[in-house]
Ligand binder design. Structure first.
Ligand SMILES: Cc1cc2nc3c(=O)[nH]c(=O)nc-3n(C[C@H](O)[C@H](O)[C@H](O)COP(=O)(O)OP(=O)(O)OC[C@H]3O[C@@H](n4cnc5c(N)ncnc54)[C@H](O)[C@@H]3O)c2cc1C
Length: 443
């Protein structure tokens, strides 16, 4: 097992050392088994116990809860569904894209409430999300998104002119801003560990360091889920394995793990902070194809991510580190804030996000009786969504009909990625096109 601390600064700097829960070493049975201890799995377990405290719910995590994307991400709680509003409108339709946006607004509000209500200590700041246009073509893109919001009659966004932006930031980079005050930033690993504690307190039994090796379904229609040292039988099975779903043959072609990378500076001194501004402390993204996303931590380090992505071939999930992308991101910090020239970068990491062929998230079923449920494809926008998806999955299992279970992406058709070699080529071709567009147009 890799040391979880090496996977991100968030995991490394947790106030406590994680003592993993006991492994699954017995043969037992339960009502529901959840595979994966990120936000999706933890939230599903928590909400199942809220809806039906009598259910026997078990969660099996291959490493420690928060080891995957949930312990490594940028910590933006945001409203973007899939990759962009334009792609969602094109793939589905205008009405569905609107409902998706509303689901995401609810997701951000719900995560805020969950953290507040349960006093989850995760450095949560409701400082908003700022999408910036940094070149005329990017400004056009942001304008386009404003038009979509106007057409939908939604009002959760403010327009920040160049002058308004200059009140907040000392940079020439920003030309137009889309500011969404309901959004926030948080410490993702603290959220994952806080969610683990909440889920256990609710009565879910969690096994760690227990990779699930396979599952079968017997004549009684119950699932048997096996790890190296034990097994569980269950009536319902939830795959909360996101990008790692590639390891299960039944889910392999539904999504492709795509790696995004992050660098982090030393804490900024007061004079460095004064020099760059960033009064609002909002999480910032630009409007390129291969976006940059950046934010401040509680102790005023800059976390800068994105810029490019990497792919593994086949089931290769060892693509966390990419020196070229790290160098690009470090340069970009100085491009945006030349005042910080010479600042030290202390941490670099990466992790896998899950991308479907049509770039949209999905909650789906294996089998007609809908007793095996999976959730995947949240791309780099899953912090809020996976938390609400957990509630949605719990409602599906408990037979509740809600606005969430009726969403169009629940049980939707997923176009499979083609066989490995073609997928790898296709993913590189899409990335190549995006890079070219960024270089020629959106830079
Ligand atoms: C670098 C990075 C930056 C990101 N930034 C943002 C952001 O700022 N905002 C945002 O909204 N989203 C962001 N995301 C995306 C977001 O982190 C994910 O969408 C979200 O965390 C997915 O949660 P999850 O629970 O579905 O999956 P994960 O957190 O990946 O959890 C899956 C879990 O399954 C476990 N597992 C895998 N295989 C097995 C097995 N065989 N048996 C048992 N357990 C198994 C893994 O160990 C893992 O813990 C980012 C992602 C990355 C990688």
């Amino acid at each position: 097992m890799t040391d979880y601390r090496s996977k991100s600064w968030w995991l490394e700097s947790l106030p406590e050392t994680i003592e993993p829960n006991p492994q699954l070493t017995v043969e037992d049975s339960a009502d529901v088994v959840i595979i994966g201890g990120g936000y999706t799995g933890l939230s599903t377990g928590y909400h199942l116990k809220q809806l039906n405290p009598g259910l026997d719910v078990r969660l099996i995590e291959s490493d420690v809860c928060g080891y995957g994307a949930s312990g490594r991400n940028g910590g933006f709680s945001m409203t973007l569904f899939g990759l962009t509003k334009g792609i969602t409108k094109f793939r589905f339709d205008d009405q569905k894209a609107r409902t998706a946006h509303t689901y995401m607004e609810n997701a951000v509000d719900y995560l805020h409430d969950l953290i507040t209500r349960n006093r989850i200590d995760c450095d949560y700041e409701r400082s908003g999300y700022l999408l910036v246009g940094t070149s005329p073509p990017q400004v056009k893109r942001v304008e386009h998104d404003f038009k979509i919001m106007e057409k939908w009659g939604l009002s959760g966004v403010q327009r920040w002119s160049r002058e308004r932006l200059a009140e907040e930031f000392n940079t020439d980079f920003y030309k137009l801003g889309w500011f969404e005050p309901r959004c926030g930033i948080l410490n993702p690993a603290k959220l994952a560990r806080g969610m683990k504690a909440l889920t256990e307190d609710a009565g879910v039994k969690i096994y760690e360091r227990s990779p699930v090796t396979d599952f079968t379904r017997g004549p009684s229609s119950r699932f048997t889920i096996r790890t190296e040292k034990g097994s569980l039988q269950a009536e319902y099975l939830v795959f909360a394995t996101n990008a790692y779903s590639i390891a299960f043959p039944q889910l392999k072609s539904m999504q492709m793990p795509t790696f995004t990378h992050i660098v982090m500076t030393d804490p900024l001194s007061t004079s460095q902070l004064d020099a760059i501004g960033w009064q609002c402390r909002a999480g910032v993204e630009d409007a390129r194809d291969l976006i940059h996303y950046y934010r401040l931590t509680r102790d005023n380090r800059i976390v800068m991510g994105g810029g490019d992505v990497s792919f593994g071939y086949g089931a290769d999930l060892n693509r966390d580190l990419n020196d070229r992308t790290f160098a690009h991101l470090e340069n970009h910090v100085i491009e945006v804030f030349p005042q910080l020239k010479g600042i030290a970068f202390t941490h670099r990491w990466g992790g896998p996000v899950s991308v479907t062929l049509d770039m949209a998230p999905a909650i789906g079923y294996l089998g007609k009786d809908k007793k095996a449920i999976f959730s995947l494809g949240c791309t780099g926008h899953g912090v809020s969504m996976t938390t609400l998806n957990g509630r949605t999955i719990a409602e599906l299992i408990c037979g509740r009909q809600t606005s969430r279970t009726e969403m169009f992406f629940v049980g939707r058709n997923i176009f499979p990625w083609p066989p490995e070699l073609i997928s790898y080529g296709t993913a590189h071709a899409i990335r190549g096109f995006m890079k070219l567009e960024d270089r020629l147009y959106y830079k």
